[in-house]
Design a protein around this ligand. Structure first.
Ligand SMILES: NC(=O)c1ccc[n+]([C@@H]2O[C@H](COP(=O)([O-])OP(=O)(O)OC[C@H]3O[C@@H](n4cnc5c(N)ncnc54)[C@H](O)[C@@H]3O)[C@@H](O)[C@H]2O)c1
Length: 258
């Protein structure tokens, strides 16, 4: 079930975290996987049976050339996972155009480049999955640039689903909450974010990369042929409302203010 046998897949941001977990899962499911990243992952690609391509997703030509190379080797691209992303925090007052532009080029233009170039080699039955974030669904103070660029991914997904639907290509996006990856570990506010998730999510814990990979695997398979244009949270219920622990903390805090 959910076999990816004979499917040709591309994963961006494949050298680390969520992307690497997706690559491992796709290979286990029988796919031939091309790993795109701006960090060298040729050794790991060789070890696990993928191929590595040095790609900057912010660069249209770089993504185009790598997609052409994959198509030349395998004849087509069946699955495109636009997963590469970067994160930075800054309040609106301290935000700079340079930082927003950098995040926009990677987080929003990156998926645009991936969709555009992979779709040129994609037959009917193809599946495109974009990695957005829970930060596109709810606001977090200091996450303005990241939220805005990930919200763009949600909008792009819906438009792409409509534009490519008649060719039999599905386009979906996932919105993970905090995931246990090097990105999260490198955040200056990682401990605060994990603490918040522990109290504010229904599951009381952060998400694992393997759980995200399982969702992407499902979306990549032919068994969900009627799912397109979907925006799927994978955040342990963080967006569902107030947990009892959060409500209690808020009440205790408000009593202190009184
Ligand atoms: N970790 C989280 O808490 C979390 C939560 C929600 C969404 N996400 C999203 O999930 C995706 C994967 O994140 P992760 O946590 O695995 O991060 P990560 O930092 O572990 O991995 C990201 C990968 O993307 C690559 N990358 C960055 N910029 C690139 C570029 N311009 N061109 C090519 N490759 C580039 C990096 O080299 C790295 O290998 C990102 O889009 C991120 O925004 C992560």
């Amino acid at each position: 079930m959910f076999s990816l046998e004979n499917r040709v897949a591309v994963v961006t941001g494949a050298a680390s975290g969520v992307g690497l977990a997706i690559v491992r899962r796709f290979i286990a499911a029988g796919a031939q996987v091309a790993m795109f990243d701006r960090s060298d992952a040729s050794t790991i690609a060789e070890q696990i049976g993928g191929t590595f391509h040095l790609v900057d997703v912010a660069d249209d030509a770089s993504v185009g050339a790598a997609c052409d190379a994959v198509a030349e080797l395998h004849g087509r691209i069946d699955v495109m996972v636009n997963n590469a992303g970067v994160f930075n925090t800054a309040t609106i007052e301290s935000s700079s155009d340079d930082d927003w532009t950098r995040q926009y080029r990677i987080n929003t233009l990156g998926p645009l480049h991936g969709i555009k170039h992979a779709a040129q080699h994609m037959p009917a039955g193809g599946s495109i999955i974009n990695t957005s974030s829970v930060a596109a669904l709810m606001g977090f103070p200091g996450y303005g640039g990241y939220s805005a660029t990930k919200s763009g991914v949600v909008a792009l997904t819906k438009v792409a689903a409509l534009e490519y639907g008649s060719r039999g290509i599905r386009v979906n996006c996932i919105c993970p909450g905090s995931v246990e990856t090097p990105m999260l570990a490198s955040q200056g506010n990682a401990a605060d974010e994990i603490g918040l998730v522990t109290v504010a999510s229904a599951t009381g814990r952060i998400v694992t990369p393997e759980e995200v990979a399982a969702l992407v695997h499902f979306l990549a398979s032919n068994e969900c042929g009627s799912i397109t244009g979907a925006v799927i949270p994978i955040e342990g219920g963080l967006t569902s409302g107030f947990t009892p622990a959060l409500a209690e903390a808020a009440i205790v805090s408000s009593q202190r203010i009184e």
